[in-house]
Design a protein around this ligand. Structure first.
Ligand SMILES: Nc1ncnc2c1ncn2[C@@H]1O[C@H](COP(=O)(O)OP(=O)(O)OP(=O)(O)O)[C@@H](O)[C@H]1O
Length: 245
């Protein structure tokens, strides 16, 4: 099968072989260019799974096949404060200074931040810092783009703008994407497929056959939203459904 990511019976434990696994026999295949969202409650193992896909954590149980070119955008952009924005984007790229600068500026243009190329990271707004993080990922032309709640600390309007920017960049470059999020609507606005992780196990794998651009008002959107909230075990206000019942 034509897959860019393949996990087979992948487990991860943090405290010795007898401990409860944080990831429990995960099987997952992602196709090239596919946009996958990963939902789960706090502590369900989302970041641990993303770190495994990023190649940041070792695979100790099971198998993982990953593409060569991977890039991660974290919740906090982790920029080096002593380097201007463009140098943060260019960091570690092969090639001459002139060439890497050109690549960085092109990526900054794509995230609508070319005018801040010379700025110091500490002078950026939260949304600008996240766009810098996105540019730093894009400039590596990733086959797999991993996004770990990249919009979580942004205000509501900036978050909406960032969501549509990520959608546009994905359509333009077509990397496979794994977006970790707490937000069911965000998952349904962006993803081809939504996974739900609970206590380290993938308990849902739902295709999102809705036309793009997605509309929250569509009846099918709401049906999927309720299904995913059900899988997460929360009601529409985010309260624990079992407790509320
Ligand atoms: N390095 C580590 N050492 C020990 N335990 C860890 C480590 N990293 C994660 N864990 C534990 O693994 C579990 C899953 O953590 P993870 O960060 O993957 O969850 P998450 O779903 O991303 O949570 P959140 O939504 O709160 O970020 C948690 O119980 C966490 O305490």
């Amino acid at each position: 099968m034509n897959a860019i990511v393949e996990l087979r019976a992948l487990s991860r434990r943090f405290h010795g072989p007898a401990s409860q696994p944080v990831l429990d026999r995960i099987d997952l295949t992602i196709a090239p260019g596919e946009f996958v969202a990963l939902l789960g409650r706090s502590g369900s193992g989302k970041t641990t799974l993303l770190r495994t896909l990023a190649g940041l954590d070792p695979v100790t149980e099971g198998k993982a096949r990953l593409p060569q070119r991977r890039a991660v955008v974290f919740q906090e952009p982790r920029l080096l404060p002593w380097k201007p924005v463009w140098e943060n984007v260019a960091l570690g790229l092969p090639g001459s200074l002139g060439a890497t600068r050109g690549h960085a500026l092109r990526a900054l243009r794509e995230v609508e931040l070319a005018h801040r190329a010379q700025a110091w990271p500490l002078t950026l707004s939260g949304g600008e810092a996240q766009r810098t993080g996105l540019a730093r990922a894009l400039v590596r032309d990733p086959e797999l783009l991993l996004l770990d709640e990249p919009f979580a600390s942004l205000d509501a309007l900036t978050r909406l703008r960032m969501q549509s920017l990520v959608g546009e960049l994905w359509q333009a470059h077509q990397p496979a994407v794994l977006l970790v999020t707490h937000d069911v609507e965000e998952a349904l606005l962006l993803a081809d497929r939504v996974l739900v992780l609970a206590q380290g196990r993938l308990i849902e794998d739902v295709s999102v056959p809705l036309p793009r651009p997605r509309r929250r008002a569509a009846a099918d959107f709401d049906a999927l939203r309720l299904r995913l909230l059900g899988a997460l075990g929360v009601d529409e206000d985010g309260n624990d459904a079992a407790k509320a019942a």
